[in-house]
Write a protein that binds this ligand. Structure first.
Ligand code: CAA
Length: 281
């Protein structure tokens, strides 16, 4: 999601520094931005000049120190509290006090992440949706300590991106994932129980309910590993069975079927067009 957020900010006119831990990850991010911008140009949603200007606004680095001059830092690393808190602590020591910190977490507590820094009043949740360049929504999440100024600045930033903010309380999953994740997990349960095939479960929700994508294809887009982490965090908070990740999801993640990003999930993306994966259930 990091490259998608960077792209949206660059298209909106911001100078963006993208930091990742490894050079190969940076190259993948850069390629994803180029391909996404090309698709927007092909669909006539963006002009060629705007594409080129957006690309010049992006710089790519593996050095955390390069973020020291940024007015806003948005973190989109894996859903792991310890990992995120350690990163924020380090950034807190490198960025000036006025810099606003925002996490793209989809399920962890904003208040808990903010407490890892010496600026809990300038810490907020900005939760984007996949694929970021296309989805208009951003959930703006105020932690217990987020100041009114930080909240206003975050809302203004989201609007400058041309996206629509909604305001959510700091409860696990916020608004969208609290509703979406039980539905996605239930689709996996339906498959596991033999209620329908991968293709029929997806076609059912597309053709019967007008969803742009069926739940299993959406799981592949979000990432099976990411959804597993989110389900575990939601279950920890609410202790309700609907949030508990089903065994099949766990086994698919263990097998390396992480969805689109790994080439295989409920669908096999090495085939053209992608077809349902051959799974022994
Ligand atoms: N940049 C990036 N990705 C793009 C893109 C662009 N400019 N244009 C298309 N895509 C992606 C799609 O994922 C898909 O991949 P492939 O073609 O490579 O297989 C493809 O491109 C679809 O292309 P289409 O031209 O057919 O796409 P579309 O314009 O008809 O609609 C869609 C695609 C907007 C993704 C639509 O299917 C949709 O709305 N799907 C539901 C998405 C959704 O629910 N997202 C929320 C997920 S939850 C989340 O993100 C939060 C979380 O914390 C879990």
């Amino acid at each position: 999601m990091g490259s998608g957020i960077a792209q949206a900010a660059a298209v909106a006119g911001f100078a963006v520094v993208v930091r990742d831990v490894s050079e190969p990850a940076l190259r993948r991010g850069e390629a994803a931005v180029r391909s996404s911008l090309d698709r927007l140009v092909a669909k006539e949603k963006l002009g060629t000049a705007a594409r080129e200007t957006a690309l010049t606004r992006l710089s790519w680095t593996s050095e955390l120190a390069t973020l020291a001059d940024c007015g806003l830092v948005i973190e989109a690393i894996p859903e792991d509290t310890a990992l995120k808190r350690a990163l924020w602590q380090e950034l807190d020591g490198r960025c000036p006090p006025a810099t606003i910190f925002a996490s793209n977490t989809s399920s962890l507590s904003i208040t808990e992440l903010a407490a890892a820094t010496g600026r809990p009043d300038r810490f907020i949740g900005l939760h984007f949706f996949n694929p970021v360049p296309l989805m208009p929504l951003v959930e703006v999440v105020r932690g217990l300590t987020t100041s009114a100024e930080t909240f206003d600045a975050a809302l203004a930033f989201v609007r400058r991106l041309g996206k629509e903010p909604i305001v959510a309380r700091d409860r696990s999953g916020f608004i969208v994932n609290r509703l979406l994740v039980p539905y996605l997990l239930d689709a996996v349960r339906a498959l596991e129980e033999g209620t329908g095939s991968v293709a029929d479960i997806d076609r059912g929700m597309q053709l019967g309910c007008g969803h742009p994508m069926g739940p299993l294809m959406l799981l592949d887009l979000v990432g099976l590993d990411t959804t597993l982490s989110i389900g575990e965090i939601l279950f920890q908070e609410y202790r309700e069975a609907r949030f508990a990740p089903p065994g099949l999801l766990r086994r698919m993640v263990a097998a390396g079927f992480h969805g689109r990003k790994s080439g295989r999930g409920f669908y096999d993306y090495t085939a053209e067009p992608p077809r349902p994966s051959d799974l022994t259930l």
